[in-house]
Design a protein around this ligand. Structure first.
Ligand code: PLP
Length: 398
């Protein structure tokens, strides 16, 4: 069987895919309609308009039936030409994968080394661009929230650094694990291509990928010479204004997207971001109370979407995760590539509330005990103390 029965809900506390709300599951569970018929256009227009609100943009947005990796590729192949130089920063596993993709596509990549515990140093980017007098660098690519590390990069600061260098490079940002969980402003931050996916803050299953596209990126696509067909923005943007797609879209996932957008707007994006911030802070207080180490070293760069926790030397993060799954039916995120077996990641994004988080942290605390990982008690208590004193109800009354 795909899954054996356990009573109660499985706790899917990996940093994406996240728990899909019942409302969204029910919306997906509707009859598939004619994607060229009259009803579909209404749906198509509504989800495209809704996604613009989430990206905080008035510019174009496209939706692909794809995983986030597809949206990475779309961003690169629509805007760049073979042998173009791209500046990227090694913030972690996902930045490294994007860099590998860029190389495979025939781009030259300058990859600034990082320790996987810090975000992007915008001063370093500014200095590198200033030194690039003849504008060899065509794009700067940044991962807003490194899902492998729980470290964010300050995109507004990065924009400022690019502006003050006077360099015309495009700015491309991966928001796959931040959009819908952390504040993000495509237009205000002058981002040229924003990359996103459905399975994290948007509370959907995997399978939809997004690009938000600035006028400057669209202009670049007119002359960009990398090969593209499926990912070509041109055909999408020609038909999207009527709510339709150039090929068969993922109809039922778009039903789900429509419902998820309604949920996000009903709560209010600002409240969604505060909720995620509180869950991140509560989790960090729990980790500190346990006496364990948070992977992210700079408090200004803490992620509201997930926390990566370092397991003490001589202990296995993977054995710990296995124990938690076996005893408490909860999935935690594994350490990726060079962090393999060294960290576990607590996902606190998407459709969750205070009690989901307390249950999650209780599962971690009990798992530490069973696994014999040295720690102090009181992590869940520290989180509860913070959550009760900063409760959303209290914040709303204030
Ligand atoms: N970028 C980031 C920041 C991610 O977290 C992920 C997936 O977790 C990806 C890119 C790749 O997306 P996908 O696995 O949907 O292709």
């Amino acid at each position: 069987p795909l899954h054996s029965h356990s009573s109660g809900r499985h706790f899917l506390q990996i940093p994406g895919p996240t728990n899909v709300p019942d409302r969204v599951l029910r919306a997906i569970d509707n009859v598939t309609i004619d994607h060229r018929g009259p009803e579909f256009g209404v749906l198509g227009k509504a989800v495209l308009a809704g996604m613009k609100k989430v990206f905080k943009t008035k510019a174009d947005v496209v939706i692909y039936p794809a995983s986030g990796t597809g949206a990475w590729e779309a961003a690169l192949v629509n805007t760049l030409s073979p042998d173009d130089l791209v500046l990227m920063v090694e913030t972690g596993h996902f930045a490294t994968l994007w860099k590998r993709m860029a190389s495979k596509l025939g781009l030259k990549v300058e990859f600034l080394a990082g320790d996987w515990r810090h975000g992007i140093d915008s001063a370093q980017i500014g200095a590198r661009l200033k030194a690039d007098k003849d504008h060899q660098i065509k794009a700067v690519c940044a991962v807003h929230n490194e899902t492998a590390t729980g470290v964010t990069s300050n995109i507004a600061a990065l924009r400022k650094a690019i502006d003050s260098s006077g360099h015309p490079a495009l700015l491309m940002v991966d928001t796959i694990s931040s959009l819908g969980s952390m504040d993000y402003r495509h237009d205000e931050w002058g981002v040229d291509v924003t990359v996103a996916g459905s399975q994290k803050g948007l509370m959907l299953p995997p399978g939809l990928a997004f690009n938000a596209i600035s006028a400057k990126a669209l202009a670049a696509s007119e002359t960009a010479a990398l090969q593209r067909s499926y990912w070509d923005w041109k055909e999408m943007l020609a038909i999207n204004p009527s709510g339709y797609f150039p090929y068969t879209p993922a109809t039922n996932l778009l039903y789900g997207l429509h419902e998820a957008l309604e949920m996000l707007f009903a709560e209010g994006l600002d409240k969604v971001f505060v909720r995620h911030y509180r869950f991140g802070e509560a989790t960090r207080r729990a980790v500190r109370a346990w006496g364990l180490e948070i992977l992210c070293l700079n408090p200004d760069e803490y992620s509201s979407a997930l926390t990566a926790v370092v397991v003490p030397d001589g202990h296995s993060a993977d054995a710990f995760r296995k124990t938690v799954l076996h005893h408490f039916n909860m999935s935690l995120g594994q350490g990726l590539s060079k962090l393999s077996d060294k960290v576990f990641r607590i996902g606190h994004l998407g459709d969750l509330n205070e009690l989901t988080l307390c249950g999650t942290l209780a599962g971690v605390e009990m798992g530490l005990e069973i696994s014999g990982i040295p720690h102090k008690k009181g992590g869940v208590q520290a989180a509860m103390d913070y959550l009760s004193e900063s409760s959303m109800a209290a914040l709303t009354r204030a």
